[in-house]
Write a protein that binds this ligand. Structure first.
Ligand code: SF4
Length: 473
């Protein structure tokens, strides 16, 4: 997928001024946040389960090479073939080679974020084969000229029902429908034909289980179940970091994933697929391949933001992020949006190609508070900001301002005097409502909002007055 993260600010501005998108984004603040809140109380010890989830994912990453080797051994013993790709281009080549080996003409796909990274659909079409996305959200985007996804679990959540209805009527040549049930039935009728005529199914992988060599697929539509069992060939493509040691670990993570993602106790479908069809077995594929992609993950593992690889792609961080809730997922300009995208994207595509993403956060900590595997996202974003500063990737005036602030902050008396001047200055800019409409040097921020003016006295002054033993200087 083409990287457009360098245009974050312009794209965020487009999102903020798009009235329809703003209407469509409300569901994140209401539906998703509320559903998670209601679902997590079902567990006696949700916080303890989060600790366990964090430990499982961290243990997987700490000995990733060992678990990957075990996974390869177990999967191979069950008749599957495990292949490793260093780059997105290599991953595409492996998939195309598999398709060529089995004489494939049509492929059905369920959701795979790694295949978005490598633009696999375009590579498949470029090789003369047909590919059909079967996740409803991905299907909507595919027939809309491969519009990019905007969310980890709901790629087309930025669209309203009416927009989807218009699209279906236009692309399918059918009468416009008003009910969601009718739209899903229409998609089902179109997709069913493809399930029955495809030669190969491609899926992602929520988890790869080292002890059994299995892939775990979590969906709500059942599309992955059909897509990985009806065709004779199944290829599961995902990042190397998705491996976990045992099935019991998956059970723990499954207590967290659907609750954090959609507020469900359990997803409608959880498939655990192990090996090829055995002698006399009715279900299963004849050929099973795993394509495990590095594509920058080893570098992340060796970096100071390695905790980001614990991610189980639930989407909770973006659902709760005030920035994502307002600018939408397309603003982030690549596969992974929201707070986790603001860490992963710069690491995968280069900090210089996504310089505004680590800044796309208020550091309010909402993301870390809801992350089921306790990824300290604000801390990781702060580390990336530090890298940007030390690698001269921020504009000169921003770096000069930071240097000046650091110089003043290291001198407590000067800092106290300067902050007093600052709050007085701001107080004088207040209008009759006590609000500041325009801030010099921060017009980008104050163009879109008014700010309550400070009391005209610093925190130090107020603290000293109230306690009598403050830090007044
Ligand atoms: S960072 Fe945490 S909250 Fe965000 S998608 Fe990943 S697991 Fe979910």
């Amino acid at each position: 997928m083409q990287v457009a993260s360098i245009h974050f600010k312009a794209r965020a501005h487009d999102g903020l001024t798009d009235a329809q998108l703003q209407k469509n984004l409300v569901k994140f603040k209401t539906k998703f946040v509320g559903a998670r809140k209601a679902a997590i109380v079902e567990l006696d010890d949700f916080e303890g389960t989060r600790d366990a989830g964090r430990d499982i994912r961290q243990r997987s990453l700490d000995d990733l090479d060992v678990w990957l080797a075990r996974f390869e051994e177990a999967a191979t013993a069950r008749g599957a073939t495990v292949l490793f790709a260093q780059t997105p281009a290599e991953a595409n080549k492996l998939v195309l080679d598999i398709a060529a080996r089995h004489g494939v003409r049509k492929i059905i796909k369920s959701k795979s974020m790694v295949s978005e990274e490598s633009a696999l659909d375009h590579a498949i079409e470029g090789a003369g084969m047909a590919v059909v996305e079967t996740d409803l959200g991905e299907y909507i985007l595919q027939i809309n000229n491969y519009e990019p996804p905007s969310h980890l679990i709901g790629p087309a959540l930025h669209k309203s029902k009416d927009e989807v209805a218009d699209l279906f009527a236009r692309k399918h040549g059918t009468p416009h429908k008003d009910a969601i049930e009718d739209l899903t039935l229409e998609a089902r009728a179109v997709l069913r034909e493809h399930y029955l005529t495809a030669d190969m199914g491609i899926s992602g992988g929520n988890f790869f289980v080292a002890e059994t060599g299995s892939v775990v697929l979590v969906t709500n539509e059942g599309n992955a179940t059909l897509g990985t069992t009806l065709p004779k060939v199944h290829v599961a493509i995902s990042g190397i970091e998705k491996v976990v040691p045992t099935l019991e670990d998956v059970a723990t993570l499954m207590r967290l994933l659907p609750r954090s993602a959609t507020g469900q106790s359990i997803s409608n479908y959880v498939d655990i697929l192990t090996g090829t069809k055995g002698e006399g077995e009715f279900h299963g594929v004849e050929h099973m391949y795993f394509v495990l992609v590095d594509s920058g993950r080893s570098d992340v593992l060796a970096s100071d933001v390695k905790e980001a690889l614990r991610c189980i792609r639930c989407g909770a961080c973006m659902n709760h992020c005030p920035v994502y809730q307002h600018v939408g997922g397309h603003a982030y300009g690549w596969v992974y949006p929201g707070p986790i995208g603001s860490v992963l994207t710069p690491m995968y595509v280069g900090l210089e190609n996504a310089p505004d993403l680590p800044q796309a956060s208020t550091l309010c900590n909402a993301c870390a508070t809801v992350c089921p595997v306790r990824i300290p996202l604000p801390e990781l974003l702060r580390k990336l900001r530090e890298h940007e500063y030390t690698e001269d990737l921020r504009p000169w005036h921003e770096r000069a301002a930071l240097r000046m602030w650091a110089w003043v902050a290291l001198r407590p008396r000067l800092y106290a005097w300067a902050s007093r001047q600052g709050v007085r200055f701001l107080r004088k800019r207040a209008d009759a409502r006590g609000m500041i409409r325009k801030l010099p040097f921060a017009t980008g921020w104050s163009n879109g909002r008014d700010m309550p003016a400070p009391a005209g006295r610093t925190f130090r002054d107020l603290y000293a007055e109230r306690t009598g033993n403050g830090v007044r200087s």
